[in-house]
Design a protein around this ligand. Structure first.
Ligand SMILES: [Fe+2]
Length: 282
């Protein structure tokens, strides 16, 4: 089986600093990714912006609060509100993260890593299946950046993510920057991660900038994509073919044209790699 999503091209995140361009119709881009929680409101400016964005280009919904890995019960009111938003904006797909973010009903507002064990896998598979049942559609699940690992993990992250996608019949949102950040922090082979994923399961790619400290990389989304991540993206396109790709830029958000130039760079990389693939197979 596979994830059934379209190739939308190269998009950008829908962020408040660019709302005026969305509202005046000058925000020209292949597609927008909207943070679901920012639009789970009964009315007002956010929904007006979302409607304008939807009129300009396809929109996808990206959540940060599903808490797929938590042992808390699934948040049914959250799922109801998400479903209402889905019905309102008809996103091309819906995604959230491979993480946990709540305990005892308290939300950490962070994307916390999971141990990669069979027990955790069974737990996340069961919850992902229930989420998809509630929403009536497949979701994409994104790998997060992490700054610690669990000594009792029994499999690498890519094996866990692949197994989740197969057993829950969901898709993968592969954040190439997160793969790179975690690979440096934990000393694994980022290329092996990408090569291990089944192309039919990868529905979207994220690119972003990160920061470097003396001891680790931090997933800050506050600057351009670095050369090593572009190289990993090249490998991803070689492995998966063209996949809808989004540039995440959430802090020190640049002018619209600078943001779109980064998305255009992604397009140029994809075009170059696809051309190489064609030339090799001719
Ligand atoms: Fe991401």
């Amino acid at each position: 089986m596979a994830i059934d999503v379209l190739h939308l091209g190269h998009g950008v995140g829908l962020r408040t600093s660019h709302y005026p361009r969305v509202l005046d119709g000058t925000a020209s881009v292949d597609w927008f990714e909207a943070i679901s929680e920012n639009f789970m409101v009964p009315g007002g400016r956010p929904l007006t912006v979302l409607e304008h964005a939807r009129a300009l280009a396809p929109v996808v919904l990206h959540g940060v609060s599903l808490s797929l890995g938590s042992v808390d019960p699934l948040n049914e009111s959250y799922l109801r509100e998400l479903k209402t938003l889905i019905q309102r904006c008809e996103p091309s797909w819906v995604s959230d993260h491979l993480c946990w973010g709540s305990v005892g009903g308290h939300y950490a507002h962070d994307l916390l890593p999971l141990p990669f064990t069979e027990e955790a896998l069974r737990h996340v598979v069961e919850r992902a299946r229930r989420v998809q049942d509630r929403l009536g559609r497949q979701i994409l699940v994104e790998n997060v950046s992490s700054y610690l690992t669990f000594s009792h993990s029994t499999m690498p992250e890519w094996e866990f993510l692949s197994a989740l996608a197969e057993r829950a019949d969901c898709g993968i949102l592969l954040d190439v920057n997160n793969v790179y950040v975690s690979s440096v922090n934990h000393g694994f082979d980022a290329a092996a991660y990408v090569r291990a994923l089944r192309p039919a399961r990868v529905g979207q790619i994220h690119l972003a900038g990160h920061s470097e400290t003396d001891t680790r990389l931090i997933d800050t989304h506050d600057g351009p994509v670095v050369p090593a991540v572009w190289d990993l993206y090249r490998l991803a396109v070689r492995c998966f073919g063209p996949v809808s790709t989004l540039v995440e830029w959430d802090d020190h958000v640049p002018e619209w044209d600078v943001l779109c130039a980064e998305a255009e760079l992604a397009r140029a990389v994809e075009t170059e790699v696809v051309g190489e693939r064609r030339a090799r197979s001719a």
